[in-house]
Design a protein around this ligand. Sequence first.
Ligand code: NAD
Length: 293
Amino acid sequence: MIVGFIGLGIMGRPMAKNLISAGYKLVVYDKFAKIDDLVTLGAEKGTSNKDVASRSDVIITMLPNSPHVKEAILGSGGVIEGVKSGAIVVDMSSIAPAASQEVGAALKAKGVNFLDAPVSGGEPKAIDGSLAIMVGGDQKTFDTVKPILEKMGSSVVLVGDVGAGNVTKLANQIVVALNIAAVSEAFTLATKAGVKPQAVFDAIKGGLAGSTVMNAKIPMILDGNFKPGFRIELHIKDLQNALDTAHNLGVPIPLTAEVMETLQGLKNDGFAANDHSAIVRHYEKLAKVEVRK
Ligand code: NAD
């Protein structure tokens, strides 16, 4: 089985490397990034999205957002022009669920099965192959590609039809953004009140308020280390997709809207490329205090 891999950025590159390590034959392509290191590891070099598709049985894409996925799959010189009938396309990017459904329907008309399979876990888990992968599509297609996905993730769950993977990812991104904001607000108050934030962390992380987000982000905040990780500009993209999806369904999501405005302010302050733990900078600015060791 030949696996095509398109989009070798922060996430795609280590994910592709894990597939090579697992023994899969890969054909790789990125419109902008260099791919020589993957070729050195044994991957074949694709010359376009169409070329990768014509040489592969399963085609994986890992791209920034809906317009990039639509261009790479449906656009001129895209996957849809080269893909073989009976092949499977798996988009692992975090995009709008409606875009996943549009891409899936266009591929289905050509006899090609499609899954949306966004991931959670960030670069460290992409490197060690322990991503959480949430998949939308039909059971048979899922069962066929599950062994491949399991080489990139430690949790691979079919959550519903095409689009359901990205609905689940939007839910994930809402929970993460609001959790960082809540942790930031609470620790800013404690610091201003004169209690050491490290002591607050040690005291509450094992209780009900503790969370994976708190464990991951408070150490970064206390060190003043906002190196991404997951960039604020990517979280803006995800919350925009969440707001659009929610409003199309008539679902108000007021807390998400509040954090979105915080992120927009941080972007204007020059922090778009910071890790999203830099949400704390907003609360620090309001209270005139820094949450540090
Ligand atoms: P990235 O910007 O580092 O990589 C995207 C790659 O796609 C780039 O190398 C770019 O050159 C390539 N590309 C763009 N348009 C293309 C096209 N038309 N054809 C071929 N290649 C094209 O982004 P990333 O951090 O790897 O994120 C990828 C996706 O994964 C995003 O949707 C992101 O939200 C999601 N994600 C990221 C993280 C994270 O921590 N970085 C975590 C979970 C999910």
